[in-house]
Every structure is written in C-alpha cells, then in structure tokens.
Design a protein around this ligand. Structure first.
Ligand code: E4P
Length: 217
C-alpha cells in the first residue's frame, strides 16, 4: 500500500520523509496557496517537493476547460519526472485525461464522489482515482462504501487505475482503505503521526525500561 502525505509544506514533507514510509505527496490549490505568495512560484514549489520525495507528487491544474487543463498538465509534467497531474473529475477533466494518457502523462483524478465517475476515470486511463471519503462522511454518507464499490468495479474489469483514498479524517479510514484493497491512501500529517502510536506500546515500553533500569551496570 502506498502512503502519501496530503500537504505542500516543505518542512512537514522533509520531516515525515525521515520515517522511511512516505511514498509520495498529494497537493491541491488550497495546500499550495498556504505555501507561496504568487502563482509564479508554483512550479518551483512542486520541483522542491519532487526533489525531497522519491515517488509520485500530485500537482493540480486550475483550468476548468480541457484545453487549459492539458496545457497546464504538459507544463507541470515537464517540471519533474515525479509529477502526476491532478485533474478534477468533470466532463472536461475526463476529456483532458484521455488525451494526456495518450501522451504518456500520468494523472490523478480528484474530487470523485460516485462510482459512476470512477468508471470514466479508469476508462480515460488515469493513473490514480481519488475518492474523497471524509467529505462524503461529512454529508452523512458512507465514504468507505464508495471505496469498496470502486475496488470491485476496477477488479471486475481489470482496470489499471490505482485507487487512491483521499480526504482522510482519522486512522481507521486508513485501516479500512487497506482492508478494502486500495493501492494508495493520502492523509494530512496529523493523521500520519497518529498512525504510529498506541497507548499500550507506550505503557509496555515504559515498563520494559523501568525493569531494565533495576539492573546494575
Ligand atoms: C487529496 O488529494 C486531497 O488533496 C485531499 O485529500 C482533500 O482532502 P480534504 O477533504 O481534507 O480537503
């Protein structure tokens, strides 16, 4: 299972990378807007992230028409070989993705909220499909059920698109995504750090070290 961090913050990425378990990064316009002052700095930020992480780095287009998306996608793909172009799952986004696939540009289709959207995402040849679990849960729906449905559909037809579970709100989302067979999950750094910990591990370690300290050296 690929573990991605959902952030554009260089310090957070550098720190998390030392764990050795971060496989890639996803960014979005909201994350990026917190890290740079002007759009001119966008490509440089993405390049820096790509140089830290040895894996896919999703960078999102902001055009809403297919032509604009494709132009941005080609420019982003030229920034670094790690770039995966993030494209919104709209009719224009699907159209752009079909063409980008033919050009060999990797894509991550974002803002997926239904299994029907995920079918077209796979047919367009996207590299990753990103269903937004937490936002669906927030509407009172079952986000993880969407993940299971997409997993079944992709398996039924042998689609190569990887399921990337996004909009993670707590560690159990990560566990459930793994149980459902998702190939990848992206999460904020707070959730990433929560995954390492268990109170019983801390208590157990405290006890072992206390007992060890009773020995004479
Ligand atoms: C994923 O690629 C998105 O950037 C992210 O998971 C969005 O999650 P949010 O619902 O926490 O904004």
């Amino acid at each position: 299972m690929l573990i991605f961090l959902d952030t554009a913050n260089l310090e957070i990425i550098r720190k998390a990378k030392t764990s050795g378990v971060v496989d890639g990064i996803t960014t979005n316009p909201t994350h990026v807007s917190k890290e740079i002052k002007t759009t001119k700095d966008f490509h440089e930020l993405i390049r820096e992230i790509c140089e830290i992480v040895d894996g896919p780095v999703s960078a999102e287009v902001v055009s809403t028409d297919a032509e604009g998306m494709m132009k941005e996608a080609r420019e982003l793909a030229a920034v670094h070989r790690h770039v995966v172009v993030k494209i919104p799952t709209t009719p224009e986004g699907i159209r752009a993705t079909s063409q980008l696939t033919r050009e060999g540009i990797r894509t991550n289709l974002t803002l997926i909220f239904s299994p029907a959207q995920a079918i077209f995402v796979a047919k367009a040849g996207a590299t990753f499909a990103s269903p937004f679990i937490g936002r669906l849960d927030g509407l009172g729906q079952d986000g993880m059920e969407l993940v299971r449905q997409i997993r079944t559909i992709y398996r039924n037809y042998g689609f190569a698109t990887k399921l990337l579970v996004a909009s993670i709100r707590h560690p159990m989302h990560v566990v459930e995504a793994a149980l459902a067979g998702a190939e990848a999950v992206t999460m904020p750094s707070e959730i990433f750090h929560m995954l390492f910990n268990h109170p019983m591990t801390d208590l157990g370690l405290e006890r072992f070290l206390k007992d060890w300290s009773k020995l004479q050296s």
